[in-house]
Design a protein around this ligand. Structure first.
Ligand SMILES: [Zn+2]
Length: 126
């Protein structure tokens, strides 16, 4: 005997299975993207650690003590008023045109005026 209820239930089960597969595929895609971003960040950290180690060794070879390096790190950390292990991220107004200058920019992107806090090595801050 043909049971319309069974057909409906089979249809619903099939739809639920497909929805589950779609969700699983979506989660895999998100996980892959997160894993890729994690690898990119780890690679960037490795590169920064390498450059930092080279700079510390060069400074120490020039007679700069580890204590002096630590004091400089602390001084730079405190430039934004917070000892948080991070460089300041506060945007400042351009002294010439008044537009906002991102802290990582060495000069105003609108008028080219050097940022008030621009210091450091060329190429390190971009
Ligand atoms: Zn400007």
């Amino acid at each position: 005997m043909f049971d319309l209820w069974d057909v409906f239930q089979h249809y619903q089960i099939k739809e639920a299975k497909q929805a589950t597969r779609d969700l699983r595929d979506q989660q895999c895609t998100e996980r892959d993207a997160q894993a890729q971003e994690l690898r990119r960040l780890e690679s960037k950290i490795d590169g920064l650690a390498l450059v930092t180690q080279a700079l510390v060794e060069l400074l120490q070879a020039q007679g700069v003590s580890e204590q002096a390096i630590v004091a400089k790190v602390r001084e730079i950390d405190l430039r934004d008023g917070q000892l948080d292990g991070k460089m300041g991220r506060k945007a400042q107004a351009c002294t010439s045109c008044g537009r906002t200058v991102h802290p990582r920019q060495r000069a105003c992107m609108y008028c080219g005026t050097a940022a008030a806090s621009s210091e450091g090595l060329p190429g390190v801050v971009s």
